[in-house]
Design a binder for this molecule. Structure first.
Ligand code: PGA
Length: 256
């Protein structure tokens, strides 16, 4: 079976480098024991360089939580692709709903995706509806979001795209509840259909699709068991080494 990809999105946590090193050290230790999991930790930018010093080989990769589309220049506060490459970052999250909530549009997300894939990063594109309405308009919303975000992406760079389905109502402390594995399955099929329309069947089926939103050590197994599930994007639980360890072990088992 293909490896599962487990992404830890630390968001704006933890508060100090010392804590970051501690959590990372524990994740790395677990990651080294697994042969069927691609473990990726996405810390805040300022910790990337220091944490890389502690990564050993390919067992635990580093990701960034964002990227800017221009290569250099007068863009106060932004971080470029060459800075991320220099920190040996391999993955980039683009279009997380918490960034979209701060004003990031599909157009901005699209520019960032183009930069990231062009410069060789594995690019995790977050998509998901805000709410579920009785008329199932959320399907149309998702279709629009995916088509806009991936506009003009070519088949040649599609191999660098990973889709993370993260319904907004399932994310973070304010979450109503996690999605159910069945809901994820339904959306996974729908996402494949959209990608098939855009890129063709063979290409669409090669794009990994992850689930994210209130994943924890109890429900991880069920999401990983969904037919076609490529892995998980984990927020809060990724900051709890014990819980995250359980998630990683579940992923390793589910990929055997
Ligand atoms: P959560 O966050 O696991 O804390 O719900 C997931 C995410 O926002 O990526």
């Amino acid at each position: 079976m293909a490896k599962k990809t487990i992404i830890a999105n630390w968001k704006m946590n933890p508060g100090t480098l010392a804590e970051a090193k501690k959590i990372f050290g524990s994740v790395k230790k677990t990651a080294q024991k697994l042969s069927h999991v691609e473990t990726v930790v996405c810390p805040p930018f300022v910790y990337l360089h220091e944490l890389w010093k502690g990564t050993s080989g390919k067992k635990c990769a580093l990701g960034a939580q964002d990227i800017f589309w221009e290569r250099a220049g007068g863009f106060t506060g932004e971080v470029s692709s060459s800075m991320l490459s220099d920190a040996l970052v391999q993955y980039v999250i683009v279009g997380h709903s918490e960034r979209r909530a701060l004003g990031e549009t599909d157009d901005i997300v699209n520019k960032k995706i183009h930069r990231a894939v062009k410069d060789g990063f594995k690019t995790i594109v977050c998509v998901g509806e805000k709410e579920r309405d009785a008329h199932a308009r959320y399907f149309l919303f998702l279709e629009h979001e995916i088509k806009q975000s991936l506009a003009k992406v070519t088949r040649a760079v599609l191999k660098n795209i990973i889709i993370a389905y993260e319904p907004l109502w399932a994310i973070g402390k304010e979450a109503k509840r996690p999605a159910t594995p069945h809901e994820f399955f339904e959306m996974l099929i729908f996402i494949r259909k959209i990608l098939t329309d855009m890129f063709g069947k063979k290409e669409a089926f090669a794009v990994p699709v992850l689930y994210g939103g209130s994943v924890d050590h109890r429900n991880a197994k069920e999401f990983l068991a969904v037919d076609g599930s490529a892995g998980l994007l984990v927020g809060r639980a990724s900051l709890e080494p014990k819980l995250f360890q359980e998630i990683l072990f579940s992923a390793d088992l589910s990929a055997r």
